[in-house]
Write a protein that binds this ligand. Structure first.
Ligand code: NAD
Ligand code: GLY
Length: 361
């Protein structure tokens, strides 16, 4: 097992990579919290892994309740957060009680948001079961739900007390979900670590074959990078925004597809456009967008707007980017690569170049 610490003073916590779901009980017992635990889970993951986590907690003497949320992004909303509050209140949960989020990013964001807001905040533990949740959403404390007017528009920063990752669960994950997570893994190579980018290029077969050592390496390195960035800038005052590489165009694509496209797929396309935009702005040479696109494509991820179910207009995409919550002072901030392994956050990009790139797709 490998431990990665997220260094946030009194809110620091450990990510345990390569633990077993059967160790959830002892691991959580070690936190020294109250006796009541609510596991938030969807039916898909409950069927596969719910009993192992519940049994492991019960053996340690915890009182365990499961709160079942239907499977899908459309249930990451205030109505289902309210359903969680009602279940907690009905069962006498107090501020020492604990929420365990068992699932992908949807469950992690929703359960984390409920934990952030129930009785002004109760502890929670993330047990991510998708690659995307392991390398991104379960780490760093961004929690939230969607509003009819926008994704992730209601939220709170609330760090988990621990993150438990059993990599064996990735063996039941549908291939397309695994690849969606790989987009976020590739992101870390571009924004921070060129050697990691090269590793992803050289070890494709092992990674796609779910080789245990390769999986451990990609999850561990991704978590190390995210922990370092979040440790330096927890609330996205500056540096943390680099984690949004590919997300500006990516969010506009998700909206154009009415949130039916996987998050990682949209981010993959967004990373290609951001890299081309960087080249167009004279920030990097042509090999950067070429290498980014080639690596993304080699993992079977989409690289252009042709992957969408319909071609959105350039204006539609530009309009969405403009109202994206990260827009400041009238101009959208882009995260653009200078080289593989280094990015800048900038408002100095050319509208015309972006429109041409999006229009040419
Ligand atoms: P998801 O949670 O919808 O999971 C994808 C699918 O995989 C679901 O159908 C789920 O039931 C299934 N599944 C989960 N684990 C499984 C397993 N081990 N075996 C078989 N099936 C399994 O999607 P996701 O990609 O994990 O998360 C996407 C969400 O994460 C989005 O809502 C996005 O906004 C959010 N997100 C949040 C952050 C953050 O920092 N908080 C970062 C990135 C993404
Ligand atoms: N996924 C972006 C962040 O955590 O900041």
């Amino acid at each position: 097992m490998h431990t990665v610490n997220v260094p946030l003073g009194e809110r620091s916590y450990d990510i345990e990579i390569g633990t077993s779901l059967d160790q959830a009980g002892p691991q959580i017992k070690g936190l020294g919290l109250g006796q009541k635990i609510a596991i938030v889970v969807n039916p898909t993951v409950k069927e596969l892994y719910g009993k192992r986590v519940v049994d492991s907690l019960k053996v340690q003497g915890f009182m365990v309740m499961s709160i079942i949320i239907p499977d899908g992004e459309q249930y990451k909303n205030l109505d289902w957060a309210n359903a969680i509050y009602t279940a907690l209140l009905t069962n006498g949960f107090d501020r020492r009680s604990l929420i365990v989020a068992l699932g992908g990013g949807v469950i992690g964001d929703l359960a984390g948001f409920a934990a952030a807001t129930y009785m002004r905040g109760i502890p929670f533990v993330q047990v991510p079961t998708t690659l995307l949740a392991m390398v991104d959403s379960s780490v760093g404390g961004k929690t939230g739900v969607n509003h009819p007017m926008g994704k992730n528009m209601i939220g709170a920063f609330h760090q988990p007390r621990k993150v438990l990752m059993d990599l064996e669960v990735l063996r039941t994950l549908p291939k397309a979900e695994f690849l969606s997570g790989m987009a976020e893994v590739i992101k870390y190579g571009v924004i921070w670590d060129s050697a990691f980018f090269d590793y992803l290029d050289s070890n494709r077969e092992r990674i796609l074959g779910l080789d245990a050592d390769a999986l451990t390496h990609i999850v561990k390195r991704s978590c190390e990078i995210k922990a370092e960035v979040v440790g330096r800038d927890e609330r996205e005052g500056g540096l943390r925004a680099i984690l949004n590489f590919g997300h500006t165009v990516g969010h506009a694509i998700e909206k154009a597809e009415n949130y039916t496209m996987r998050h990682g797929e949209a981010v993959a396309i967004g990373m290609v456009y951001a890299s081309r935009l960087a080249h167009g702005a004279g920030l990097c040479d042509a090999t950067v967008p070429e290498r980014v696109e080639r690596l993304i494509e080699s993992y079977g991820l989409p690289t252009g707007l042709r992957a969408l179910s319909r071609k959105p207009t350039v204006q539609e995409l530009m309009d969405t980017m403009q109202i994206d919550k990260k827009a400041e002072g009238g101009k959208v901030k882009f995260v653009l690569p200078k080289s593989i392994g280094e990015v800048v956050i900038t408002k100095e990009w050319d509208d015309g170049v972006l429109k041409t790139l999006l229009g040419a797709a």
